[in-house]
Design a protein around this ligand. Sequence first.
Ligand code: NAP
Ligand code: G4F
Length: 327
Amino acid sequence: MKNKVALITGITGQDGSYLAEFLLAKDYIVHGIIRRSSSFNTDRIDHLIADSKIMNNSLFLHYGDMTDGSRLVTLIKKIQPDEIYNLAAQSHVRVSFDEPEYTGDSVGIGTARLLEAVRIADVETRFYQASSSEMFGATPPPQSEETAFYPRSPYGAAKLYSYWMTRNYREAYGLFACNGILFNHESERRGETFVTRKIAIAAARIASGVQKDIYLGNLEAIRDWGYAPEYVEGMWMMLQHQKPDDYVLATNTGYTVRELAQFAFETVGLNYVDYVKKDERYVRPTEVDALIGDYSKAKRVLGWSPKTLTPELATKMVNFEMAKLKN
Ligand code: NAP
Ligand code: G4F
């Protein structure tokens, strides 16, 4: 049987790297779009690039950018993917307040460019859009596929545009297109400026005596933090179903940033109160107070459920940082 071909935008990101591993293990031919950079930006997939059995055999990388529509058309025509996973994004909510225009261009219009590239290239493909719980914003939890959207950041607003464009291409052109509305998911590969990884690194460094304290913004925000490798499987499950649809992936549990810090510092036998300091620079002009996802549709229709909950996730991430410091 012919191997399936997948195209991943954002393959160098946290989710892109896990998804590439997941699809390669399922015998997919994986193509990824990477950005030209003046420094190395492939650390999360370097182990795949270094493997000569994989690189340029089942994994192919192409330069491209979500702001370059003609390049997206060329790549889709050339690759003829069976499945496209659109994970590329300026994904930092705080940064989106500083760069609203670029965030809108890469996250919002970028998705329109990719959808239009599929239409122009006239390929038969399935399309996954990385939608976000940030789109719910100010609407109180629990949030499900039926909950009203109320984004509270340029990032949330740009993701909402992408969400609707994905639905529109499904309805207007019959494209097999799905929105995965994913709540926060984290891992040892999470970017270091997101709160879970920032706290995990700090707890390990403080316990090892190489850092004194950590500066954070709002400690009272509630998030639903799951484990990223479990969520990329959910993305794939959406594209294997007989019918395209939109799904929430979450854990249906909520913890404050304060509780997250407590779990992380407890892992190394410390009390977070002694080390966490406030810095107004990390407070957002508008905050999303509480996100807790109801994933019952994904469970019922796809058979997807999370396995790792926030306390275990925090411990896992801190233990990883401790092990790195010891090496
Ligand atoms: P991430 O680690 O920040 O990765 C983002 C990826 O997008 C990177 O590969 C990045 O490339 C690439 N990228 C950024 N701007 C680009 C552009 N203009 N053109 C092409 N590529 C570009 O994000 P993630 O956590 O893996 O999340 C994956 C997707 O899911 C994102 O769309 C994010 O917004 C969405 N999402 C994430 C979560 C979560 O909790 N993680 C929840 C809901 C939705 P470089 O490596 O070169 O920077
Ligand atoms: O880790 P965060 O930056 O993640 P946030 O804003 O929830 O966004 C992440 O999840 C979204 C899904 O809901 C994704 F779509 C998005 O791409 C990204 O992956 O912040 C989490 C919470 C916020 O309430 C923030 O105000 O932590 C609070 N926080 C407190 N101090 C901090 C800090 N966040 C960061 N990044 N850094 C701090 O020092």
